[in-house]
Design a binder for this molecule. Structure first.
Ligand code: ZN
Length: 139
């Protein structure tokens, strides 16, 4: 696969509104979009930092993976995943990593936030960092 850049860094937050305040008022970034991803039971908020985005994730339900992550982390948020943009497509990249014995969470690409096709690799196979592969289908 060919990775072009870090597409985004996903950060779990217990309170989206409070977190947005930090990113805007302290770091001077601008939240350009908020989006509910029903599939993943999260509300997301996006900031651009060069070619990379920050994706804040707040759980919309106690059985959301983000709610479980925060619970495990003693009620605090934290870095949740790293997402790479792959140039040759997520489906191809998934096939390639599975051939290399990598455990995947998504066996096929699915729709993620911000219009991307995404798939997650299992942290057991990615040096303990939950890793997302993405492609922008409109590019
Ligand atoms: Zn993500």
């Amino acid at each position: 696969m060919k990775i072009s850049h870090i597409e985004h860094i996903g950060i779990a937050v217990p309170n989206l509104e409070e977190a947005i305040k930090y990113y805007e008022n302290v770091l001077g970034l601008k939240c350009y979009k908020q989006e509910v991803v029903a599939d993943q039971k999260v509300t997301t908020a996006f900031f651009k930092v060069g070619d990379t985005k920050i994706e804040l994730l707040e759980a919309t339900s106690p059985d959301s993976t983000i709610a479980k992550f925060i619970e495990k982390n003693g009620g605090r948020g934290g870095m949740h995943h790293m997402a790479f943009a792959v140039e040759d497509g997520v489906a191809e990249a998934l096939a390639e990593v599975q051939e290399k014995g990598v455990k995947v969470i998504d066996k096929a690409p699915r729709k993620g936030a911000d219009g991307l096709n995404i798939a997650f690799l299992h942290p057991k196979s990615t040096e303990a960092v939950l890793t997302e592969l993405c492609e922008d289908p409109n590019k």
